[in-house]
Design a binder for this molecule. Sequence first.
Ligand code: ZN
Length: 301
Amino acid sequence: MKRFLAVMGLILLLAACSDGGEEREGNVVATTGQIGDAIKIIGGEHLQVTTLMGPGVDPHLYKATQSDLTKLDRAEVIFYNGLYLEGQMQDIFNQMAEEKTVLAVGEQLDKGALLADDEDATLHDPHIWFDIDLWKEVVAAIGATLVGEYPEYKDDFEANEAAYLAQLDELKEYVTSRVEEIPAQQRILVTAHDAFNYFGESLGFDVRGLQGLSTDSEYGVKDVQNMVDYLVENNIKAIFIESSVSDKAMKAVIEGAKEKGHAVIIGGELFSDAMGAEGTEEGTYLGMYKYNVDTIVDSLK
Ligand code: ZN
């Protein structure tokens, strides 16, 4: 009997090994740099994280390459922003979700905490990473999902997540105090597209983008003209370009303002939807956010 149980045990063990219980490699794929960064920090040495969208890449227009499809296919878990940020990839995520865990991090948040899309009542603003408090919830959702997928690393994941959440609190303190250097009436942020509404909402800026929430909407002469009028009326002297959006439209705005006798400069280049190069400070969420705030404050104060 004892021997029979031992054999049965061995058979069950072998069955478990061959049926989905094989050694998992910790292969995780993220779409954006912001999400990939959070996974790398929580996963530490245990995960191999691949980020599909590098520096300068616009997620609104991004189409998956053949090599992306291979990476997504091989991934054990996939994280994406959702809320239609990666609008061209939605079908792929739906398909992948039939086989593995696929988490749209923005869609885990309470809808009441999201900003509306003024042009389409059924949609929400997807640029959630610019509200640090909301992003902390995203980080927690990523952490919980990773613990569910790789329970063997639970303790490490939870310790890494807790340390990162504390760093995000420090970031919020830093940027809040820096923003106070700008007189309240000068806290107007003008950018190429509407990526900074959560930023403005959480840090007390009026925000104006030339293009809408998605860069897939065309802008026209009228939009440029309206922006020029806005700059003149509000006596705005600095506007900002974005690393993932062409600066052509903003240069047209500056030219238009000049024709009306109003001098405007480019206050700097901000990281909006994409982060900086890997290995640099701005290639991390904390560094990217700090860089943006330092650039804005130094230019507007
Ligand atoms: Zn955007």
